[in-house]
Design a protein around this ligand. Structure first.
Ligand SMILES: [Fe+2]
Length: 413
């Protein structure tokens, strides 16, 4: 595949064309065998986005939060409120497999090809290999580092050793609250010898300045989930301090039961919040890095993901160009701006004008096997799988015409 006359972001913006060979970005095309993605000089090409924190069983709506005017002290009462909610009961009409399929389309329709499903392997291993997008499978984890956490995995020390032995991330919620234990989250990891460059810590809202410096010195990463934090706690981590100390910061949505509808919405929210908190802009380039190369580093996948460089997997996101600044263009983008998305060179989603990218002729404009057509933001689009049929079936199971904001189409249209 060749992408031509686009504007390329994330590889130094040097190229006038980008080539894909055997699922990876390449320097030259293979004559005679390649198809071209003609971008007409107006679109921007980015590495596809990476969401470093989600719970794929939990992407349902509405959001569940504290009573008006109140906020939580820890994540525990949120979990209780979620499980007692009408939305949770409604969600139970869908199977676990349904929830994984639904959540994979939350990613796909927002330009995300790699997502972290923060659950133990025993819960997700049957589902992750079959999704249209890439859900990280090589990771070690804990739920949190408090006495009342959910005891996921084999314990912090063992899980961390597993991460280090395999060059995987060790992923855990940390300091998601303000009780004494939450505030000691990082110290607990340190005492267990689990504070180093394998760490990917989610939330970190109770981190002290010294915790932030320790995180930076250790070379660990964080997943910033601003929308979820503000809903539950009315505060987020000291994000500007994390950035100034040089911590590798990534962005996560959390599930839609507490966070934004998808990663594009989380980008908008994060920038708005930053402006509100500090009276200055979070640079669009910084947030671009959070959802691409920083995230790839945090997952220990920087050799294969996170930029358009030669040899990396061809996970490519093409967005309509609405701004001259490519980073501002991404930071302002919504679901209706996606023109094309690929995973390791395989088209996942896109405008019908790119159909000739598929190998062989597609007689009569028919879609290739395994793809279906939907209308998103007024545009006919091809998509891998059949999310229209899935959405209709899910509504039947739920019992009414449920609207899920992260699906940008109506079934049957
Ligand atoms: Fe979470």
């Amino acid at each position: 595949m060749n992408a031509q006359t686009g504007r390329f972001v994330g590889n130094g913006a040097k190229s006038a064309a980008i080539h894909v060979k055997d699922g990876k970005f390449a320097t030259e095309s293979s004559p005679g065998t390649t198809k071209s993605l003609d971008l007409g000089g107006k679109s921007f090409v980015y590495p596809a986005l990476i969401n470093t924190h989600d719970h794929l069983r939990g992407n349902y709506l509405p959001r569940i939060g504290p009573k008006p005017g109140e906020f939580y002290l820890t994540w525990l009462p949120w979990d209780d409120d979620l499980k007692a909610s009408a939305a949770y009961a409604e969600r139970a009409n869908l199977t676990a497999e349904d929830m994984y399929t639904l959540s994979s389309y939350k990613s796909l329709f927002s330009g995300v090809t790699t997502v972290v499903d923060h659950f133990p392997h025993s819960i997700n291993q049957d589902f992750l290999p079959h999704l249209p997008i890439r859900a990280l499978q090589n990771y070690a984890l804990a739920h949190e580092a408090s006495s009342y956490d959910l005891k996921w995995g084999d314990g912090i020390a063992i899980e961390h050793r597993r991460a280090a032995a395999n060059n995987w991330p060790f992923i855990t919620h940390l300091a998601e609250g303000f009780d004494e234990e939450s505030m000691r989250g990082l110290a607990n990891l340190e005492n267990l010898g689990a504070l180093d460059r394998y760490g990917l810590f989610v939330h970190c809202i109770g981190f002290s300045d010294e915790d932030i410096r320790k995180t930076a010195r250790a070379g660990a990463s964080i997943s910033w989930c601003p929308a979820s934090n503000m809903l539950m706690f009315n505060v987020t981590c000291k994000i500007r301090k994390f950035l100034r100390e040089g911590v590798n910061v990534t962005l996560g949505t959390d599930s839609t039961h507490s966070g934004s509808a998808n990663l594009l919405a989380e980008i908008h929210y994060g920038r708005e919040l930053y402006r509100k908190l500090y009276g200055e802009d979070l640079p669009a380039k910084t947030i671009f890095e959070m959802v691409t190369i920083n995230a790839a580093k945090a997952l220990h996948l920087e050799d294969s993901l996170g930029s358009l460089d030669e040899g990396k997997l061809a996970d490519m996101l093409v967005l309509r160009g609405q701004s001259d600044d490519p980073y501002e263009n991404l930071a302002a983008a919504g679901m209706g701006d996606i023109e094309f998305l690929s995973l390791a060179g395989k088209p996942l989603y896109g405008e019908l004008r790119f159909l000739d990218l598929f190998g062989g002729n597609q007689p009569g404009g028919k879609l290739p096997l395994g793809y279906s057509q939907i209308t998103a933001a007024g545009r006919p689009m091809f998509v891998l799988g059949d999310p229209g049929k899935f959405y209709a079936q899910a509504r039947e199971k739920i019992g009414f015409k449920k609207i899920l904001d992260f699906l940008p189409f109506e079934p049957g249209q």
